[in-house]
Design a protein around this ligand. Structure first.
Ligand code: FES
Length: 111
């Protein structure tokens, strides 16, 4: 099947078209550029994604990455532990997509 190969190239990290992101809490499917954070894309789409600092320091945007991969911008070490990252947790304000994603926010109770 040649179609998946084309789709794969179109969704490379350098793709200007970006990626599809499913926000599990709302069921919304949004577009997120490869150089844009999930939080920014969600806000641009009108989603009230929990956040405060938008700079990786507060943990309000703590989320579970259900599917897909992200690249992380710098953040405070205490905001996302290595154990949390290993279990698929991420910070929406620091996460930029490397593939199509499914993600859901956890808020303060998900730590
Ligand atoms: S909004 Fe503060 S860590 Fe993401």
């Amino acid at each position: 099947m040649s179609a998946p190969a084309r789709a794969s190239r179109a969704k490379s990290p350098k793709s200007p078209a970006g990626f599809q992101v499913t926000i599990g809490n709302t069921g919304a499917l949004i577009r997120c550029a490869a150089d844009e954070t999930v939080l920014h894309a969600a806000m641009r789409a009108g989603i009230d994604y929990p956040h405060a600092c938008a700079s990786g320091n507060c943990g309000m945007c703590l989320s579970q990455l259900v599917a897909g991969k992200v690249a992380m911008l710098p953040r405070a070490d205490a905001t996302l532990s290595p154990e949390q990252a290993a279990s698929g947790k991420t910070l929406a304000c620091r996460a930029m997509p490397c593939s199509d994603l499914s993600i859901r926010w956890l808020g303060r109770t998900g730590r």
